[in-house]
Design a binder for this molecule. Structure first.
Ligand SMILES: O=C(CO)[C@H](O)[C@H](O)COP(=O)(O)O
Length: 233
């Protein structure tokens, strides 16, 4: 995976048709998705249950881009190898998921994946400073994790701006996740985010029989974000 700071759209398959993930993934990639975002929830760290390593392994052959796995689970460490073997390119763990996040990030890289660090909306960025050499991606949650279709939390814009200043020239992606639409994407792109996760806003109105709607939705988010970054240049 080569690092680049251009805007990337990562549809969350939490909003896809669960009965047909393979076809859904092929459709969003054909319609311009840059990464595929997989939300893993354990019913304990977050109040919802979704997928495990077998689902990731099953969808891996359908993904030609990047499999971006967001672990909303605690503990994380016992499951890292299983998700790596299931084909994750990026494994993102939450800062809030346990007392030894440095060890977790080491283990993720040790398993051959890029390491992501996620922050809940109520978590500050001070601790991140001591982890910058351990991360390839920082995911700023713009909703409280657990469900798709929630309202974007505006206080996270300043957090992303501060994070971008802290990161400087390091090759670290800033991903934002939750409530991303053509209206909210430019706010975050202007603040310094480059990976935009969107579930509802990508899948709404489309299906594998109407994949062009996915394309329209992805292009609308990308165009709004790119216009915001171009205005800064
Ligand atoms: O991590 C998540 C929820 O915890 C989802 O990725 C996120 O909410 C995306 O869904 P939407 O775009 O519908 O808000």
């Amino acid at each position: 995976m080569r690092f680049d700071r251009s805007i990337k759209i990562a549809p969350s398959i939490l909003s896809a048709d669960f009965a047909g993930f393979g076809a859904e993934i092929r459709a969003i990639e054909a319609q311009g998705a840059d990464w595929v975002h997989v939300d893993v929830m354990d019913g304990h760290f977050v109040p919802n249950l979704t997928f495990g390593p077998p689902l990731c392994a099953a969808i891996r052959p359908h993904i030609r881009t990047v499999m971006d796995v967001h672990l909303m689970i605690a503990p994380v460490d016992p499951y890292i190898d299983a998700f790596a073997q299931a084909g994750a390119d990026i494994l993102t763990a939450h800062l809030e998921a346990g007392p030894h996040i440095h060890r977790t990030l080491q283990a993720i890289r040790g398993a051959g994946c890029k390491a992501g660090l996620a922050l809940n909306p109520g978590t500050g960025i001070d601790a991140v400073e001591h982890l910058l050499d351990m991360v390839d991606l920082i995911c700023v949650m713009t909703v409280n994790p657990g469900f798709g279709g929630q309202k974007f939390i505006h206080s996270q814009i300043d957090k992303v701006r501060s994070l971008r200043a802290m990161i400087g020239d390091r090759p670290i992606h800033i991903e934002i996740d939750g409530g991303i639409t053509p209206e909210t994407a430019p706010l975050m792109a202007a603040a310094g985010a480059d990976v935009l996760v969107a579930g509802s806003a990508v899948f709404k109105g489309g299906s594998v029989d109407k994949p062009e709607v996915y394309g329209e939705n992805i292009r609308a988010i990308r165009a709004a974000a790119e216009a915001a970054t171009a205005a800064l240049a």
